[in-house]
Structures are given as structure tokens and as C-alpha cells.
Design a protein around this ligand. Structure first.
Ligand SMILES: [Zn+2]
Length: 237
């Protein structure tokens, strides 16, 4: 078992040294994804605001044409008053003039409000467009720099892990399986100890286990933290 444990210890050391690289390799696409999501969100908001602006502008056109109609109605009513041949006709004409005036006033006020809303919406839209362009720029440059960084990391990683396959081939498959399983939950899965304490969890090991560890007849795990423990003497030349 000595040879196997030695290979496992070396393999684990390689994996540990590549751990930061692996973490960064995992982090980069996640960060990019978050950035893409926020760009997407800005785009959605932008589309909504454009839609709102468009609706306000349609309303403005509509109110404008109603105002025009009321103005024409006012002219007609004034003509009626001027051409009235009886008091009744003149009164009816006056009432029509008043009704049109009220309506014109309301339309004008409404148009004022719409105009303000359009102005505000256009300003926030311009702001939003700027944000969107900026975010897209950031995303593009992040995508570029990530590509470079990933290539760098991959290269470092493959250098660091060169020879790993040969080592793995020396370790029984069942041990590799156990090692891989443990690796997903804890860091420094394989630890080399010198005395009677597990340096992974700092707990004292049973004396019997410490003796068995030096015999290196089988694979042992710390009874407290489940890490694979190997005695220093086993792997020392
Ligand atoms: Zn332990």
C-alpha cells in the first residue's frame, strides 16, 4: 500500500496547489453570467421606457387633434352667435361657445401634463440608454479579459497537474473514488501527519490508529473529519 499512498499524497498535493486556479476558473463564468443578466435587465427596462414614451406621444397626438376639433367647434359656435336671429339662438350659441372653451382649457391642461411627462420620460430614457451602453461596454471588455485569464489559468493548471494521470494510475480506483468524493466536501483531503494529531481538524487520533498508520497496510481516514491521513514516515524516502 506504501507506493499507492505515496502516489495519492503527491496527487493530492497537486490538486491542492491547483485549488485556487480551479476556484477562479469556476468563478469567471459565474461573474460573466451575472454581468450578462444585469445587461439584459437594463435592456428590458429600456424597452419598457421606450414603450411608455411612445404611448405618451400617441396620447399627445390624440389630445392635440381633439384640441383642434374643439377650436373649430368654438369658431362655429361664435359664428352661430354672430348670425343668430333670435335670443334663443344667441343663447344656444353662447352655451356652445362656453362648452368649447371649457373643453379647450381641459385639453390644454392635459397637453401640458403630457408634455411634462414626455420630457421626464425622455430624460430618464437618455440616462438609461447611457447606462445600457456602459454596461454593454463593461461586459464586452470583461468577456475579452476573461478569455485571456482563462487561457492563462488553463496553462498554469496543466503545468501544475502534469504527471497527475500517471500518479492516479498508481492509486487503486476505489481509493481515487473515495478521494474524489471527499474532495467535494472538504479542503486538503489528504493530510500527512507526524505525531498523534490530525492536522486537518487538530483532533487527537487513537493511539492504535497512529501505529496502524505507520504500517501503511490500508487506507485510513481521520475518525473526526474523515480526511485521508498518511503518516510522514510512510512517504519519506
Ligand atoms: Zn481530522
Amino acid at each position: 500500500m506504501r507506493e499507492e499512498l505515496l502516489a495519492l499524497a503527491k496527487l493530492a498535493e497537486m490538486d491542492d496547489s491547483a485549488r485556487d486556479i480551479d476556484a477562479e476558473l469556476k468563478q469567471i463564468p459565474q461573474s460573466l453570467e451575472e454581468l450578462r443578466d444585469s445587461v439584459q435587465m437594463l435592456e428590458t427596462m429600456l424597452a419598457q421606457e421606450r414603450q411608455q414614451l411612445e404611448e405618451a406621444e400617441q396620447l399627445k397626438v390624440q389630445q392635440g387633434s381633439e384640441l383642434k376639433e374643439r377650436n373649430e367647434g368654438l369658431q362655429r359656435a361664435r359664428k352661430k352667435v354672430a348670425q343668430a336671429t333670435s335670443i334663443r339662438e344667441a343663447d344656444a350659441g353662447e352655451r356652445e361657445v362656453d362648452a368649447n372653451r371649457r373643453s379647450i382649457k381641459e385639453r390644454e391642461e392635459e397637453l401640458g401634463r403630457i408634455g411634462q411627462a414626455i420630457e421626464a420620460k425622455a430624460a430618464s430614457l437618455a440616462e438609461r440608454e447611457k447606462d445600457f451602453e456602459e454596461a454593454k461596454g463593461v461586459l464586452r471588455s470583461q468577456e475579452e479579459s476573461s478569455k485571456t485569464r482563462i487561457a492563462e489559468l488553463e496553462e498554469q493548471r496543466s503545468k501544475m497537474l502534469s504527471g497527475r494521470d500517471d500518479l492516479a494510475a498508481k492509486v487503486p480506483k476505489s481509493v481515487i473514488k473515495r478521494y474524489d468524493r471527499l474532495k467535494t466536501g472538504i479542503s486538503n483531503v489528504v493530510i500527512i501527519i507526524n505525531g498523534g494529531t490530525c492536522t486537518g481538524c487538530r483532533m487527537a487520533l487513537p493511539p492504535q490508529l497512529t501505529i496502524e498508520l505507520q504500517r501503511a497496510n490500508e487506507l485510513h481516514q481521520c475518525p473526526h473529519c474523515r480526511r485521508i491521513i498518511i503518516h510522514k514516515n510512510v512517504i519519506a524516502d
